[in-house]
Design a protein around this ligand. Structure first.
Ligand SMILES: [Zn+2]
Length: 324
């Protein structure tokens, strides 16, 4: 062989791409006819080139497909928006013709906006569809409630709005927070923010109900019942969120906490209301109207503690095995 393998291998990429001079081409071809190793390298080089070309082709097909899909979604969104405009225009004309001072026209308009937020918005926005759809649905629902409240001359808007916001903060927000743009914005704080927002809106909802209700004892009952329940909800949330132990240990601890809460809740609430009640008596051999309440409470407490302890032991044993 006139040339060393290393020299030929330097030329191989140019040879594979057919961009080297005729002279180099002949030298490489001559070398390849005698050298099995360099021939194998050339074959591998050609294979990776084919793979790269296929990959590029695949990405470009996917990109074209996504573009086509986006265009179709936008078209469908525009068509649905046009269909939605028909009842809006009819209502506007009828409302003006009957001289109803646009009262129920706005109710129809905001209802259709709410429908549009979950049908047209996801079709029209190119990305972060769930986020924008949820935000617009929430705003439209609040608008609809506001318009209905104004139209009926009601005073219930705050109660309804805080109830909707409370439900959204614990029912929808955790799902919205898992998707962009909130996922990268909030990270691991999403759960904590959801729990905080839930607590704030729950308290606001109670305050607005309290402000609207005529019952004078509402405030004192709410103050006695709500804090223990909120504390229980937060204890369960913090237990599941932060300790670095297995799921079984967390579930067991929650079981015990809930059992103890169910046992003491009534006494605690009565104590907060200023009444003293004695603890439930346990008479497992006597079951009648007088003892059933106490017996059930004791059995729930014992059952929850037993289940909790079993779960914790299972979790600890599993954790120990995993460490080994
Ligand atoms: Zn060679």
């Amino acid at each position: 062989m006139k040339y060393s393998c290393n020299m030929i291998r330097d030329l191989l990429p140019l040879y594979a791409d057919r961009v080297c001079s005729e002279e180099s081409r002949e030298i490489v071809a001559e070398h390849l006819s005698d050298c099995a190793d360099c021939s194998a390298i050339l074959r591998r080089l050609q294979c990776t080139e084919i793979e790269a070309a296929l990959r590029e082709e695949k990405t470009s097909i996917l990109r074209r497909q996504a573009q086509r899909l986006r265009r179709r979604s936008a078209l469908a969104g525009t068509v649905i928006a046009c269909i939605f405009m028909i009842p809006i225009l009819i209502c506007l004309i009828v409302n003006l013709a009957t001289g109803a001072a646009l009262g129920w026209f706005f109710v129809v308009l905001t209802s259709l906006l709410l429908a549009a937020s979950v049908t047209i918005v996801p079709l029209l926005v190119p990305e972060k569809k769930f986020f924008w759809s949820s935000c617009s649905a929430l705003v439209c629902l609040l608008l609809l409630l506001g318009v209905c409240c104004l139209y009926t001359r009601g005073d219930w808007f705050l109660v309804a709005a805080t109830a909707v916001l409370f439900a959204a903060s614990i029912g929808i927000f955790p799902f919205v927070a898992r998707k962009e743009p909130l996922r990268s914005l909030l990270g691991r704080k999403a759960g904590l923010i959801s729990a905080l927002a839930g607590t704030v809106f729950f308290v606001l909802m109670l305050l607005s109900i309290g402000g609207r209700t005529a019952a004078p004892f509402f405030g004192s009952v709410a103050l006695a019942v709500v804090p223990p329940l909120l504390i229980l909800a937060w204890v369960i949330f913090l237990l599941f969120r932060y300790p670095r132990c297995g799921k079984a240990v967390k579930a067991g601890t929650c079981c015990i906490v809930c059992g103890v809460f169910a046992f003491f809740a009534e006494r605690l609430i009565y104590r907060l209301l200023g009444t003293h009640v004695s603890g439930p008596a346990f008479s497992p051999l006597i079951w009648n109207a007088a003892t059933v309440d106490g017996n059930v409470r004791w059995l729930v407490l014992l059952g929850a503690c037993l289940a909790g302890i079993i779960l914790i032991v299972i979790g600890l044993v599993k954790g120990r095995r995993r460490e080994k």
